[in-house]
Every structure is written in structure tokens, then in C-alpha cells.
Design a protein around this ligand. Structure first.
Ligand code: GLN
Length: 202
């Protein structure tokens, strides 16, 4: 199984190590030729405007969109979630996304006063999944939230308490998985293991 981590900007190394700890040897992806060699892709957290710019200049925007349309499993955390959204609010006007998940996300949604915070996320039961029926302690850094999802999107997780209680922060649509938080920073491998199971199932 070959999993790539999009290595244009962001916390690439942290995702590579979380995957290694989940027993998958993942590799950084910067060029279309490297993308062609992988079965699945992780889009890291970072800055979606920078990832968007670099994806355009590295010639990766259309190849990644095409692989997504062909069913390649992709997991995006934070900026990666924004890169998977069909609609982005509070984005830069020229910001592109890879599309894929039928949802509206709002960038930096939690507000400046809580730029970075930790909160528990209630994870909905996922049949046979590694993140089933539990709570996950999550780190949010200038994170987006999901304002709206289409019918084919499954909501996997919501903030469980505090001012943002109930906000959608983890979703799945088919082979695409996205979280507004960063499991690659906390050492909790359940989300990565869940993604690896998705890739295996495909
Ligand atoms: N605010 C960032 C963006 O718009 C996301 C932050 C993150 O990935 N930690 O891309």
C-alpha cells in the first residue's frame, strides 16, 4: 500500500510519522509523477492559500482533482479539509480547492480570540471503524468548521462542549475523509488508522 503526503507546505513530517506509527511507510509527494505512484493521499494542515498556490504552480491541481474523481482515498486535516471542500467561505478570492467533499467550510471559523485551542470531539459510531463510538481530544489551530454538508456526506464528529459545541469538525464522503483538527499533532493514531483501513478496504 502506497500512501503519499502532499508535501507542498504544512505539517508533512508529522503526518509521515503518524502513518509510520500506523505501520504504513508513506512518502512525500511534490510532482505529478510521484502522485501517479500512490494509492492514497494525505493533505496536511498548514495554510490552504499557500497549498492552493503551490498546487497550481507544481501542476498538481488537476491531477489531484482527477485522482479524487477516480476514487482515490484522501484524508485532509485542517487546511487539508479546506482543500477538499466544494465551497470555501472566507477564503481568498483566487483560492482553489481539489473539491471532492460536498460541503461548505468556513476558514478560521472559531475566531481570532481562540486562534488555537483544544477540545473534545464526539465521534459518531462508525461501523467497524477505528474511531468508533468515542471521544477524541483534538487540537485546533486557526481551524475551519463545516457549515453545511450535502446528503452524501456522513458527519463523523462534532465539538462536544464549549462555545463551539455541536460544530461539525469531522466528515466522510465515500473515500474522502476530513478533520478540522490535527490528530497528527497529538499522538492519537485513531484517525490515521481509520484512514489506513479505508485505503485497505479499497
Ligand atoms: N487557517 C488555515 C487555512 O486557512 C488552516 C490552519 C491549519 O491548517 N492549521 O488554511
Amino acid at each position: 500500500m502506497n500512501i503519499g503526503v502532499l508535501a507542498l507546505q504544512g505539517d508533512v513530517r508529522e503526518h509521515l510519522s503518524a502513518l509510520a506509527e500506523s505501520d504504513v511507510l508513506a512518502r512525500p509527494i511534490r510532482r505529478p509523477e510521484e502522485l501517479a505512484d500512490v494509492d492514497a493521499l494525505v493533505i496536511p494542515g498548514g495554510e490552504s492559500t499557500a497549498i492552493s498556490n503551490l498546487a497550481v504552480s507544481f501542476g498538481l491541481l488537476d491531477p489531484i482533482r482527477k485522482r479524487i474523481a477516480d476514487g482515490m482515498p484522501v484524508y485532509g486535516s485542517c487546511a487539508g479539509m479546506i482543500m477538499l471542500a466544494s465551497t470555501v467561505l472566507d477564503g481568498r478570492p483566487d483560492q482553489e480547492s481539489f473539491q471532492g467533499i460536498d460541503m461548505t467550510v468556513r476558514r478560521n471559523a472559531f475566531g481570532r480570540q481562540i486562534d488555537s485551542f483544544e477540545a473534545d470531539v464526539t465521534i459518531d459510531e462508525v461501523e467497524g471503524g477505528a474511531i468508533s463510538g468515542s471521544t477524541l481530544h483534538a487540537v485546533f489551530i486557526r481551524a475551519p468548521w463545516v457549515e453545511e454538508v450535502g446528503e452524501s456526506v456522513r458527519v463523523l464528529g462534532r465539538v462536544s462542549s464549549g462555545p463551539a459545541a455541536g460544530r461539525i469538525v469531522a466528515v466522510r464522503q465515500g473515500n474522502l475523509l476530513a478533520t478540522a483538527f490535527h490528530p497528527e499533532l497529538t499522538g492519537d493514531l485513531r484517525v490515521h488508522r481509520y484512514f489506513v483501513e479505508m485505503v485497505r478496504a479499497r
